[in-house]
Design a binder for this molecule. Structure first.
Ligand code: GDG
Length: 493
């Protein structure tokens, strides 16, 4: 096969030359009333990011299928070979809801919520990581490129390398990597660092995260490091670098340009009474996303008479998320109450200042919402990147609209022309909302043009090809046995 030949479709049982390992498969299952099973693409940052890369390159995706205690055979869906990994109900509780989402998630997000440490959760994390590594070791062909995704699978690189030293292994962390002081709280900090060091390339959203990692390896594991490289005693080296993730910008713009999207955006505004200002938030319902602070800021502006309730509406879409984890249940109740209180306090008949939607929508509806919004409000307390901010920018081909963006979202490093805020500073957030609402079209257009250039030039293909190019490039001439310097999968971008 010549280097530029795309990888061909393989039967699910064949060995793959490109393997993605992620906690979830990129599909959800629908079971019809007659019992027929259908898989459909699921929403979420990771899927949104990797699906185009997988489809263009062929390859296998290893992940959990979403149900407890069920073994499903590998299958092919929509251009991708899918290899389901089973989890027991106890593993879902301990590995997924527990260690991943109630230990690592809050710890890696600045301890915005209190991380819980339980030894039985850790044991399940180890066992499940091992299962993923074993599945990947079976699915990957000789010298294959394997890309491990995210915080649920940080032990997989080391486990997989032990099983299959021929593989080229990359790891990408979608969420922030914490400062050394916070990471130090983790009773299993050394095992996690060693797990990640099984990869040839460890990618982060921001350079600061890569630096945190290298510093921690030096401090806690004692390996030699120089800038972005860790030198292992066995002669191997591991590179730690930033690869800010992005979106399929052209695809979002095409969706936004459809006449149906324009019509739907107008309909949304009409149904809200055609207010002067439509503000929009779209987030998974997660305590890292800063929903409370944002809604309070908006509510106060109305209560203080700085915004007229007839002039502005805030649409908040909160996509249901991790509903079996306690902290998420508590958050949902809190937000329900807060929205009720604000609407009750400052609303009028026929004029609810906050339209709150606890639901998931098709991408076409998301694009219409982006088109309908004058001000997009993205104010997480901590966020690895935040794709919603980039999607808004991609959809604003009219160069209009304003983005209010937290300085604690990874995206703020690239979207410098946004109205940047510290989300903990409610008064500062209020000022930024007012500034964004009152800016001239000319001012917003200047900012939007610059942000659109950034997003269009650094899209998802750019992210994936940068990471994969680095991963498959031989840095050490003594390791040339691995494979030709470029494999076909990177040529397609
Ligand atoms: C993690 C990191 C990082 C949301 N609601 C619906 C829907 N979405 C889509 C959005 C966007 C994605 O989900 C959310 O991505 P974010 O980046 O905003 O946030 P996380 O889910 O927390 O993602 C994050 C990301 O991984 C990628 O590395 O940026 O920092 O936390 O694409 O559009 N999509 C549809 N319906 C919805 O209701 N169709």
């Amino acid at each position: 096969m010549s280097p530029s030949t795309p990888v061909r479709r393989r039967a699910a049982s064949r060995k793959a030359s490109f393997v993605v390992i992620a906690n979830r498969l990129p599909v959800d299952r629908d079971i019809g009333p007659d019992g027929t099973v259908q898989w459909r693409k699921s929403p979420g940052g990771l899927v949104t990011a990797l699906e185009p890369v997988m489809r263009r390159n062929g390859g296998a995706w290893i992940g959990w299928h979403g149900a407890a205690d069920e073994k499903i055979a590998p299958f092919h869906h929509d251009g991708i070979d899918l290899v389901p990994v089973h989890l027991t109900a106890a593993e879902i509780k301990n590995y997924y809801e527990g260690f991943s989402n109630a230990t690592l998630w809050p710890l890696y997000h600045d301890v915005v919520a209190h991380p819980e440490f339980h030894r039985e959760w850790w044991d399940a994390y180890v066992a499940v990581n091992k299962r993923f590594a074993e599945r990947a070791a079976k699915a990957a062909g000789r010298d294959a490129v394997v890309w491990v995704q995210d915080y649920q699978l940080q032990l997989v690189p080391k486990m997989l390398r032990e099983l299959r030293p021929d593989l080229r292994i990359g790891f990408f962390l979608h969420i922030p990597f914490p400062p050394t002081e916070l990471f130090g709280q983790l009773p299993w900090r050394r095992q996690i660092l060693e797990g990640l060091l099984g990869a040839d390339l460890v990618g982060f959203q921001l350079p600061g995260a890569a630096q945190n990692f290298v510093r921690l390896v030096r401090q806690r594991v004692g390996y030699k490091t120089h800038r972005d490289t860790v030198y292992l005693p066995d002669g191997r080296s591991v590179l730690a670098k930033a690869y800010p993730i992005s979106i399929d910008a052209a695809d979002f713009e095409a969706l936004a340009r459809r006449p149906e999207t324009t019509a739907r955006a107008e309909e949304i505004r009409r149904s809200l009474g055609n207010p002067q200002h439509v503000l929009l938030g779209i987030d998974r319902l997660d305590y890292t996303k800063g929903l409370r602070q944002r809604l309070r800021a908006f509510g106060e502006l109305i209560a203080e008479g700085k915004i007229d309730v007839d002039d502005a509406v805030f649409i908040q879409v909160a996509t249901p998320s991790r509903e079996r984890v306690d902290q998420y249940r508590i958050l949902r109740d809190d937000i329900d109450r807060l929205v009720g209180r604000i609407n009750g306090d400052v609303g009028r008949i026929g004029q609810q200042p906050i339209t709150y939607l606890h639901a998931s929508y098709p991408r076409s509806e998301m694009a219409a919402l982006y088109r309908a919004a004058d001000v997009m409000v993205v104010t997480p307390l901590r966020d690895g990147m935040n794709l919603v901010a980039k999607e808004y920018v991609a959809c604003r081909y009219d160069n209009l609209g304003a983005l209010v963006l937290s300085e604690f979202a990874g995206a703020s490093a690239e979207l410098k022309q946004a109205y940047q805020v510290n989300p903990y500073d409610i008064n500062g957030t209020k000022a930024a909302l007012l500034q964004a609402m009152s800016a001239s079209d000319q001012e917003n257009s200047r900012r939007m043009k610059a942000m659109r250039k950034q997003v269009n030039e650094n899209d998802i293909d750019h992210w994936a090809s940068n990471f994969l190019d680095e991963l498959i490039t031989d840095r050490d001439p003594h390791e040339m046995r691995l494979r030709p310097v470029k494999t076909p999968l990177a040529r397609d971008f």
